[in-house]
Each structure stands twice: as C-alpha cells, then as structure tokens.
Design a protein around this ligand. Structure first.
Ligand code: DAT
Ligand code: MG
Length: 143
C-alpha cells in the first residue's frame, strides 16, 4: 500500500514501476480513503503502542493506493524492496531508503507474512477485485 504521504508526494507510479519491473504481477489496485474502523482493524497488532494513535491518524489522513502483488516469494521480495520500518536505517536502493526519512512518514506498507497478507487483502478488497491473468513475460521471469 502506498500510504497518504506517498500519494501526496506523487510516488505511486515509482512504487508500482519498481514492483512491476521486478517481475511481480499486479492483480488488484485501487485508491481508497481508509475509514477509521478499518484502519484500527488493519493495525490492530499495534494497539497500545506509543505510536498507535498517530499511526491511525496518518493512515487515514488522505487517500492510499492499495495493491495486491503476486509472485514467487512475493512477501519477502516486497519487504526487502521496501526497506526497514525506520527509513533512517533503510538501505539506499529500497523505497524507504530512497524516498523517506521518518517512521511516521515511511511511504509504503507491505504485509509481513502470507497470513497477514490474506487478512489485509480481506480487509481492503472484495474477492471480485482480484484479477486472475497471466503476464505475457511469465516464462521469462520464472524458469
Ligand atoms: P512495517 O510497516 O515495516 O511493517 P510495523 O508493522 O512494525 O512496520 O509498524 C507499522 C507502522 O507503524 C510503520 O510502518 C510505521 C509505524 N511505526 C512503527 N514503529 C514506529 C516507531 N517506533 N515510531 C513511529 N512509528 C512507528
Ligand atoms: Mg507491519
């Protein structure tokens, strides 16, 4: 998900472009203004932490772009391309390492496991929004 700062800073195309070129397949995408109750469920694991209230304010402060990317080891590949949660520690070449400075404005969210991906996709998308198709270059991406 490109977070509200990423949308306002016109980084949506850059983020999509990186995942697309890596070889992941985009099977769902939408711009969405997350309602507070969905944000609270989305970030439920962080409830009670010192940054929770500001995190909910941040993620609901403007539209986000939600995406579902499919591919070999998609979760770990995307996490590696995002960089560390604190952008000040994120490696150059990662999205956070190239475009962010502060954990409270770190541009992108990515699921941290297959189980959380399923949970988050269910929260943000309807089944009919997930599109099944084959990339024409599929056989040039995976042996
Ligand atoms: P990630 O987004 O890398 O999965 P996370 O799930 O631990 O990181 O935290 C969710 C978001 O909460 C994170 O993107 C930014 C915010 N956050 C986490 N730790 C924080 C901290 N120490 N200070 C401020 N914001 C923080
Ligand atoms: Mg997380």
């Amino acid at each position: 998900m490109v977070k509200p700062d990423g949308v306002q800073r016109a980084l949506v195309g850059e983020v999509i472009s990186r995942f697309e070129k890596r070889g992941l397949k985009l099977i769902a995408v939408k711009i969405y203004r997350i309602p507070t109750d969905i944000a609270e469920r989305f970030y439920g694991e962080h409830k009670g932490k010192h940054f929770y209230d500001s995190l909910i304010r941040y993620i609901t402060s403007g539209p986000v772009v939600c995406m579902v990317w499919e591919g070999e080891e998609a979760v770990s590949v995307v996490r590696a391309m995002m960089g560390k949660t604190n952008p000040a520690e994120a490696a150059a070449g990662t999205i956070r390492g190239d475009f962010a400075l502060h954990p409270g404005r770190n541009v992108i969210h990515g699921s941290d496991s297959e189980a959380s991906a399923k949970r988050e996709i269910n929260l943000l998308f309807n089944d009919y929004e997930l599109i099944d198709y084959k990339r024409i270059d599929a056989e040039w991406l995976v042996e």
